[in-house]
Write a protein that binds this ligand. Structure first.
Ligand code: HEC
Length: 396
């Protein structure tokens, strides 16, 4: 999927236009008071929405949609001309005829491809930042309300799974990265029904606040990323370095997200003394939990101040509760890209855990690159892109 998106910029443009058009319409309806709120954001009033998801799989249909949209725009232009030239009746009738023909003859794509089921929360966005605190809070709710069906690892193998009419899905796959956040929220808060209207999953709006529900979705992705790493050896679906509280030599930086635009290296060594400094990235030190916060060592730029919470959240993302001697690299947009758990030392191509293609050779520079340089270069040249809820996500 990522290769396909990167190779077809016009499709990216089309998906974004489809999304923005509908969000704009929703904002307008909400502004006019024609649609209310649900779970704190404007409610989508229809049971269907235009979707880009399937257009990606069927570029022929996507092309048809582009032609049809062009026909609609041409029609509007012809109608305006017809009104302007209404004195010259012959011309304006002719223009009206042309306008009608443009709409009728446009190669409309099949509606099954362009329309998908939608609900009131389809266009909701997760308003909470992806932080260690949110992930850990979500984890507690998951143990309380979801684990018995979805299983301790989120693989759909909970003790009550077999008793359900439909088997609960495994989150260790693309599900959480494909469905729109709002539609996942809707499932969690208002339940899921099958084609006959029977409840297949109960809703939890009575037991969870809206914020707790969004935190749960952050947790689900963090856990699924770690389980995918476990199962495939890669972050097969992209995951961001969670935002965490920091103390830095530079006092204007107090959180991971304040460093957006820089490459980040997070190290969880027990002792940061032996760490060679590297000017190509910002180094964050995750100190051992449970001890008083040490002073910021010279070799690093910042220390993570919420060490216990951060260890728990990163433990999920890395499927490694101990988080001992781990080094993580995040790209300039904040996505986790590489991981080295062999204490300090050399990097290898296998440490690049989030990539869209095979590691390409380096055609440009004649000088041999060391592995870390190569990983940093690939992080920069291959931005993360994926399609979620018909929208292109990634570059942030
Ligand atoms: C009683 C068992 C049960 C419990 C408890 C439960 N689920 Fe589910 N869940 C299911 C089943 C079954 C499905 C599949 C429903 C379907 O596809 O018809 C599902 C589907 C989902 C989906 C996918 C929805 C989609 O649109 O594809 C999400 C996300 C989800 N559950 C999250 C949660 C969360 C979060 C909790 C805890 C707050 C939870 N579930 C608790 C049984 C359960």
């Amino acid at each position: 999927m990522p290769e396909r998106v990167a190779d077809a910029p016009w499709l990216v443009w089309l998906l974004e236009a489809i999304h923005r058009g509908q969000s704009g319409l929703l904002q307008l309806l909400h502004g006019l008071g024609w649609t209310g709120d649900v779970d704190g954001q404007p409610a989508w009033p229809w049971t269907q929405r235009l979707a880009g998801e399937y257009l990606l799989l069927d570029q022929g249909q996507a092309r048809q949609l582009v032609w049809s949209l062009a026909a609609v725009i041409a029609t509007l232009a012809l109608l305006v001309l017809a009104v302007l030239w209404r004195r010259r009746r012959g011309y304006s009738l002719c223009l009206l005829g042309l306008a009608l023909a443009a709409v009728v003859l446009a190669p409309w794509p099949s509606h099954q491809v362009v329309l998908v089921q939608a609900g009131p929360a389809s266009f909701h966005r997760n308003p909470l930042p992806f932080t260690d605190v949110a992930i850990v809070r979500g984890a507690a709710q998951y143990q309380r309300l979801c684990l018995q069906c979805h299983g301790a690892a989120g693989n759909g193998q909970g003790p009550d799974a077999a008793a359900q009419a439909v088997w609960p899905p495994s989150f260790i796959g693309p599900l959480l990265w494909r469905r729109a956040d709002g539609e996942l929220l809707q499932a969690v808060r208002h339940g899921v029904r099958d084609g006959q209207g029977h409840t297949t999953m109960p809703g939890f709006a009575g037991q969870l606040s809206v914020d707790q529900s969004w935190e749960l979705l952050h947790f689900l992705r963090a856990q699924a990323a770690g389980q995918l790493l476990n199962a495939t050896g890669n972050w097969a679906q992209p995951i961001a370095l969670p935002d965490m509280a920091l103390r830095c030599h530079r006092s204007d930086k107090t959180r991971v997200r304040d460093w957006q635009g820089q490459r980040l290296r997070l190290v969880s060594l027990a002792d940061a003394e032996g760490l060679p400094p590297d000017p190509r990235m910002v180094t964050l030190w995750l100190p051992p939990a449970g001890q008083q916060l040490p002073a910021i060592p010279e070799q690093v730029d910042c220390i993570v101040t919420s060490a216990a919470t951060a260890r728990q959240a990163l433990g999920l993302v890395n499927a490694d509760a101990a988080m001992r001697d781990v080094q993580l690299l995040a790209d300039k947009a904040g996505w986790l890209r590489a991981r080295n758990s062999r204490a300090v030392g050399n990097w290898s191509d296998e440490d690049l855990l989030c990539r869209s293609t095979q590691v390409p050779a380096n055609p440009g520079t004649p000088v041999a690159e060391d592995s870390l340089t190569r990983i940093l270069r690939l992080m920069d040249v291959e931005p993360v892109l994926y399609i979620k809820g018909g929208r292109v996500h990634g570059v942030r």
